[in-house]
Ligand binder design. Sequence first.
Ligand SMILES: Cc1cc2nc3c(=O)[nH]c(=O)nc-3n(C[C@H](O)[C@H](O)[C@H](O)COP(=O)(O)OP(=O)(O)OC[C@H]3O[C@@H](n4cnc5c(N)ncnc54)[C@H](O)[C@@H]3O)c2cc1C
Length: 480
Amino acid sequence: MTLSRAESAADHDRTVVVGAGLAGLAAALKLAEAGKAVTLLESRRQLGGRASSFLDPSTQELVDNCQHVSMGCCTNLADFCDRVGISDQIEIHRILYFLDEQGHVSRMSAAPLPAPLHLAPSFLFLRFLRLGQKIQVARGMIALLARSADTPGESFLAWLRAKGQQDDTIERFWGLVLTSALNESIDRIDLHYARQVFVEGFLARGRAFRVEIPRTPLSEFYGPVLEASLRSRGVDLRTQTNVARVVFENARVAGVSLRTGETISAKNVILAVAPHHVASLIPEENRRQDDRFEGIERLESSPITSVHLWYDRPVMTYPHLVVVGRQVQWLFRRPAGNEGYVQAVISASRDLSARGAEEVLSIVRAETEELLPLARSATLKHHRVVTERRATFSVLPGVDRDRPSSDSSTAGLVLAGDYVQTGWPATMEGAVRGGYIAAGSVLGLSPAQSLVPSLQAEPTVRLLAWLAEYIFPTRKGTLG
Ligand SMILES: Cc1cc2nc3c(=O)[nH]c(=O)nc-3n(C[C@H](O)[C@H](O)[C@H](O)COP(=O)(O)OP(=O)(O)OC[C@H]3O[C@@H](n4cnc5c(N)ncnc54)[C@H](O)[C@@H]3O)c2cc1C
């Protein structure tokens, strides 16, 4: 296919971004801020990609496909929200509430102590771990701090066992945190990503672990304010615009063709779609010339199930609960309005996603009503079960070998998304990083120049990390 040559000078330098999930939005923002001509094409009506909502026909409410949570350590997502003017719509939870099988609620919050001791007082009082388990966890945390523990490609479960962590500690603490943070079961996690969650998310700084939740449904959060902000910077944003193919001329990107038959010329195309959509948009001969595509096909994905329950009265007194020892892992209450609404989330929900919606509802409802005494006497008015089968890619040991670089060996084709080499797991932060790196690649910047730096660990953490090398020596690439 040959593209029309009757374009303005700006069009010759134009970048087309395909997909207005967080990666595409972040890439378009960065390019527009650098004064580049940018067209952002999205097949759906709304922005936000996987972080979006749907209109529930019975209640006429916007309901999130799943509650999306970020943390204080997500520096690039925070930067993106600041730039587009939506940060004031984020609710910050400075206390993490854990609910155990006995109905006890334990609180984790930061004490005014230098990191990583800020969490020590509340950790000591967690009711769902015995003293012996807490000592094991503390030893594991110190071992994780050692820089030599950062060995991508190793299994975290094997590392835990080599460090003497017992099965019940693994299940009740390490698995509890990681299954929801990484959307994978504990036996399928790369050591690098597990370490990142605990070191960057909990230990490095006091504010890193705070939980951040949009006050509004995701489609409003990533909605009109964001859209106006992009347009005011000159982004040519087109929703309900389905890209059929990336068009190449002489092995170089020339633009994209739409399902309507229209073509749009571009010097660069940033492909910011989910990994399983990539192959269908690139002609086979161009894929064969670019070895990044083989790795993408090997990426595995993991499902998330969310169950939305509408009761006839308020049933949950805490803003969220991390649930210990059940299938349900998190419960969320809506910040305002719909006081009877509760959302139950199950990450890495392979067991549940093989079952029918009614069976999932009955399992989750029974657990929710056991966990929330107020729900037992309330009437369930309405429910929705949503399973996203390909919610995120799996952070399997060695996954980085298959994550492609953003930058292109096929001239002009840049990849963006949570799955490219961002150093982060599949999260909103990972997606924004992917978008910033892709924009940087078009602008001739390295990933380090394109990203907002991660939170700096406090000096006490760095000292402890240094000492940890001596307390728990770990040769690089080996366990134990
Ligand atoms: C159920 C669920 C729960 C999650 N929970 C969390 C959480 O709590 N915290 C967190 O940080 N992350 C969470 N995530 C992960 C997070 O949503 C993703 O990592 C992130 O949104 C991915 O963004 P992306 O831009 O890389 O891809 P996507 O969001 O998939 O964006 C790709 C976009 O491309 C568009 N597109 C595809 N094909 C075409 C085409 N041919 N033409 C035009 N447009 C096209 C799609 O419509 C989509 O909008 C969750 C994900 C799911 C599914």
